[in-house]
Design a protein around this ligand. Structure first.
Ligand code: AMP
Ligand code: ZN
Length: 254
């Protein structure tokens, strides 16, 4: 391994240039993605590959910069910016107009799971102001249309809403069927993010924005992710995710 040599990690898609850097703490910096588990999320697999490569060579592997931003500053290339890439990808897009684009969620947590994103760059719910009311309303209308045109709309219930504390940058509205029948739904955080008050109904968010000119998230929202598992249909407590998945089959037979 020589300085300047490129490592092609994962299918030659992600070139890394080896740089030598003092790192007395052994820390490689950056932040971990909070939600997706390594097995379901290629981005985390890439992280694991990078860490492995760094350990094997006992050198720090630094991604090639794609502009001003770096990985550690949550700029371009950081996992939290992934929606911005996906929304531009025609293969991910299922609908678009002059204001919004709808993409398939890359790690769907149910049989149908889309994200509605505005073309306008709005990093998070905190940045929403009264002037965005029309846009938020349009996002809801497009979400409703997505549900209407779904072939299983008559047999499945859908919800449309926002995560109180999203992990991904760029405002996005989840449109998700309530079967939660998906291999990507793997843990309590996933479950509670869609079935507790952590999931803010689109209509409620719009009302808050219209009334207050901004969106405020209740304190302690993150604690909701730790609540015990409970079936959203019959309210039964279920001890584990595998047991919950088995239980859901009775409510949503294929
Ligand atoms: P949240 O930020 O918690 O509202 O959720 C972000 C959603 O984006 C999750 O449902 C992820 O499965 C999904 N997701 C993560 N990365 C991507 C990506 N690169 N393209 C499309 N969807 C993604
Ligand atoms: Zn139940």
């Amino acid at each position: 391994m020589k300085p300047g040599q490129q490592l092609h990690v994962v299918n030659q898609l992600y070139p890394y240039t080896v740089q030598f850097k003092e790192d007395p703490t052994g820390s490689h910096g950056g932040s971990k993605r909070p939600r997706e588990s390594a097995s379901e999320d290629r981005e985390n697999q890439r992280e694991a590959q990078k860490t492995k490569a760094a350990k094997q060579t006992e050198k720090v592997s630094v991604p090639v910069s794609h502009g001003d931003a770096t990985n550690t500053s949550e700029g371009v290339g950081h996992w939290s910016q992934g929606l911005k890439t996906s929304m531009q990808d025609p293969k991910m897009q299922v609908y678009k107009d002059d204001k919004v684009v709808v993409i398939k969620d890359k790690y769907p947590k149910a049989r149908y799971h889309w994200l509605v994103l505005p073309w306008q760059s709005i990093p998070s719910l905190k940045a929403l102001r009264e002037e965005h009311c029309d846009l938020v309303k349009h996002m809801q209308q497009v979400a409703d249309q997505m549900v209407e045109q779904c072939p299983d709309a008559s047999s499945l219930r859908f919800r449309t809403g926002y995560h109180a504390i999203p992990s991904m940058s760029h405002v996005h509205l989840h449109v998700i069927s309530q079967d939660f029948d998906s291999p990507c739904l793997k843990n309590k955080k996933h479950w509670n993010s869609f079935t507790t008050d952590y999931f803010i109904e689109s209509h409620d968010l719009f009302q808050m924005l219209e009334a207050n000119g901004r969106v405020t998230v209740k304190e302690g929202a993150s604690e909701l992710l730790k609540l015990p598992l409970r079936c959203h249909v019959c309210r039964k407590d279920i001890p584990t995710i595998p047991a919950l998945k088995e239980h859901l089959k009775s409510h949503f037979p294929r």
